[in-house]
Design a protein around this ligand. Sequence first.
Ligand SMILES: Nc1ncnc2c1ncn2[C@@H]1O[C@H](COP(=O)(O)OP(=O)(O)OP(=O)(O)O)[C@@H](O)[C@H]1O
Ligand SMILES: [Mg+2]
Length: 408
Amino acid sequence: MPEAIVALGEGKRIVGRLRFETDGKCQHSQFEYAAEWLAAPDRFAISPALPLREGGHFAAGREDIRSTLSGVFADAAPDAWGRMLMTKALVGGLTEFDYLVLSDDRTRQGALRFLGEDMEPLSDLNPPIPRLVDLERLRLLAQRFERDPGGAEAEARDLAGVAGSLGGARPKANVEGDGHLWIAKFTSEKDTKPVERAEVATLKLATQCGLRVAEATLELRDSDHPIALIRRFDRRDGARIPYMSARTALDWQSDEGGYYTDIADVIRQVSAKPTEDLHELWRRIVFTILVSNKDDHLKNHGFVYAGEDRWRLSPAFDINPAPSRQRVLETGIIQGGPFDASLDIALDAAEFFELTLTDAKQQASEMAKIIAANWKQALRAEGASPDEIRIYADAFEHDEAEKALKAV
Ligand SMILES: Nc1ncnc2c1ncn2[C@@H]1O[C@H](COP(=O)(O)OP(=O)(O)OP(=O)(O)O)[C@@H](O)[C@H]1O
Ligand SMILES: [Mg+2]
């Protein structure tokens, strides 16, 4: 039965052991905390679904279903893009366990590591981490792979290691630069709009609105295939910071969207600064509505470990304005309620996020003013043409934005 020692951080603190079994149709995994971890003064549960106790925590699923691994392990394994590369590079037939432990250890999301009995990482896809000067080369590899995934074996091998465990569907890689680790998100072959220009512009707008946001900058700005560089918030001064997605924090198993009020409940339970995080999350909902972000699913929110068994809402990331579409969210605002991207529903929910209605209206209107005054310039600064800016108008100028402007 394949298994791995689960360890934490650069120092490889042993946390437990992950065992995996498959009978062809079904895959099971079992995680067990190590006695030394359960006895340690600085122990903590690596996710709410894995409370600190002796004995095995089980997860099971059909081969085509990701629930084989508990959420916090799934967060440390690649998603669509990384899995596609690994399948090609390692010639198919991979189990959920293989995707997890074979992806690159140095760039793995969060602080978990998967080691053999010799305490060395089990991953065997570990080429050198590329540097910023390699971006153009990486971009060409990603482009060739996207154009012809069937034929691009060498490209898949080169990229699989550097894409590492990063989740998400868009083409991306890890790069090192300025003493930090970054995610490089490439303009995709399939993009019909300047998605990465808009992503960087919108993350910067979010910063202007006072949100806590992952640092973002655009490379190859003057080409027609710019690259967004997003600084990794799960690395600090060379240390690895534990991470779990909101999906994991909620132990959410369904393919349906979750709810922001449920994330708020998790914040109340685990956050080192609950009131700040509740206000921040509410403002992110309003920002999402105002910029017509289409990507607010539960894996695009997360928590970073803050020490002493407490977590913080992670910086915001993966915010993408989507012009002219139905105004719906991927995460509903109020548990059991509609998924409408509606300012009124956000205001109705304000109290649940410990904001008075007066404060909430004030904040919504301030954000709306900042966005209205700056969105065009923000896109222009990232090299969007006047035509491209026009395409995005519907994302930033709409009824909900009008309502927010007039909220006070
Ligand atoms: N700045 C960051 N620091 C650490 N981890 C990050 C950061 N940004 C994103 N991630 C992680 O990487 C994953 C993929 O990144 P991102 O969501 O930006 O990619 P994507 O391909 O656009 O995703 P999607 O499939 O949701 O469109 C995220 O789900 C998150 O777990
Ligand atoms: Mg994402």
